[in-house]
Design a protein around this ligand. Sequence first.
Ligand SMILES: Cc1cc2nc3c(=O)[nH]c(=O)nc-3n(C[C@H](O)[C@H](O)[C@H](O)COP(=O)(O)O)c2cc1C
Length: 640
Amino acid sequence: MGKLTKLFEPIKIGTMEVKNRIVMPAMELGLAADDMVTDRFKAFYAERARGGAGLIVVGLAPTLYAGMFPPGGIGIYKDEFIPGLRDFVNLMHKYAAKVAVQISALQLLEKPDGSMEVVGPSNIGVERHANAPKPRPLTLDEIKRVVASYGDAALRAKKSGFDAVEINAIAGTGLISYFLSGHTNNRNDEYGGNIIKRARFLLECIESVKGAVGDDYPLLCRVSGADFMEGGNTLEDTKAVVPLMEKAGIHAINVSTGWHESPTPFIQMSIPRGNWIYLAEGVKDVVDIPIIGGTRINDPLLAEQILDCDRVDMVYAARALIADPEWPNKAKGGRFDEIRYCTACCACFDTVLEMRPVVCAVNARAGRELEYKIEPAKKHKKVFIVGGGPAGMEAARVAAMRGHHVTLADSKDQLGGQLLVAILPPHKEELGGLTRYLAGQMKKLGIAVELGQRVDIAVVQRAKPDAVIVATGATPIVPHIPGVDGENVVMALDVLTGKKEVGDNIVIVGGGMVGCEMAEFLVQKGKKVTIVEMLSKIGADIERANRWVVLGRLRQLGVRMEVNARVEEVTSQGVRVRRNGNLESFAGDTVVLAVGMQSDCSLAQELEGKVTELHIIGDSAKPGKIAQAMESAFAVARML
Ligand SMILES: Cc1cc2nc3c(=O)[nH]c(=O)nc-3n(C[C@H](O)[C@H](O)[C@H](O)COP(=O)(O)O)c2cc1C
């Protein structure tokens, strides 16, 4: 495909003209401090504005109090925030991006003694937050106070120069969604009952905003297309409400997926790209204002296709723009192979849930734009990199961009390293995008790539490098267990790559991420699988956002999962384990080992003291995830 046309058509949202159809939606990323914008926050968004996004929505910004959410978000509940917000908006305008702030009252209210209380429409919590306090139902006076806070917050947004305000009505993150959803609202006054009555609170919030900022001030609302919660709103419910929102003066509707607490996965790698666009499309059927849709859209060609079929008017791309801030400009220039695609690994989501500032597995600069700059090197060096996996290629990319003369060598005849294997289990295809991007960069930056020859100390020394980077990766651990050298024992990687055959009844030793992926891979081939794990948890090293999804699939596929079971012996019939002091056996005709990786640092050890400058990165320094490999590569290459 050549030029994209639809994606780069301007559009009007009320009185606001947006230069293209790309929206970076609200994301709480942990980059602010004390509820105020910071230089770090500004640098992150300035890069996305410079990268060409038409509309950037920041927030969510609480209208009443902070708290409850991970720290590091912005607030809009006090006038003191206005100067900082104004500076931020001015910066964004330098890059011709429009900027909106998402506002939301959280489920918190201050008690007379100054402490905070969890509140809601009713005393119904959400099942997955079993330990959270049950909300206290709001009184009618309190509802008035919360509604007024939306008007106050919107006025602060207008005074700060924001081009628009977005009301958050989604995903269990704010009071509006609690009122809207039949899952959490069983009031029997004017704020409860059928979907129209449950929408009253939202409509009053809209009225409050319009009363404060006027009819012409662009106003968006983000709704869940459907809640995907038991007893929650369906797409039909949402379709009943949106015409009322349009009538109340909303200028565009941003349709997201369901509640965070839903048992349905939305954003994981296993969800097909564009899977949820039908929700926004359904909403578009019943209103005439612009509709924004998205989730799992990391490819501008798909975005173009969706717009071209008139399914929505604008597309949001959240994590895609964390992964590559220049996604819009690269797409506009037809430079698709230069896009660093989001793999939907959810590392960003996980770090924020862990109360840390955002991290991106494929973009080490995300959230670190101020310190992780790629600046020209003072002295151009000859850099020799051993290892063509993600760490080696990322180090080569950054070093070459800084002006160094880079050679990258790998004994394999293909670039990609562990990524070539990582894409083989079910639902992991997205990881292939990273290999394609990095390999493309090697070509574009003129990096000398030498493949398919043994790389030893002599090869390195012959190149006479000023600096050597070792990125030789890791090798699978073979545990010291009696019977492990038996003919019925194979390594997980050899099974994935097809080097080794397995029987019909498999015992996998090790229930970490590799063991779980192995299980799914084998079940898909019709095998019967038991995972034996010595820890108390299966998938302990899987990202929080993914673990429950993976475990759900394993359960559904009938994989037997045994924990707290330490393998003491492999026999020709399977494994013998010790659990709670007792010996037990699990039968299998093949035993697959997936007990972890160890650094391959033999070349690094040989080079120690024999080259002027030596760095060890990625798995060869410490086995970890892609995020750690990419970050360690970037950290070294930016300082060479
Ligand atoms: C770390 C993180 C924080 C988020 N915080 C918010 C938020 O505060 N408000 C909101 O409406 N959506 C929030 N979202 C959801 C995103 O706006 C978006 O809908 C979601 O990531 C799916 O889109 P994507 O597949 O393009 O990433 C968040 C997503 C992530 C990854």
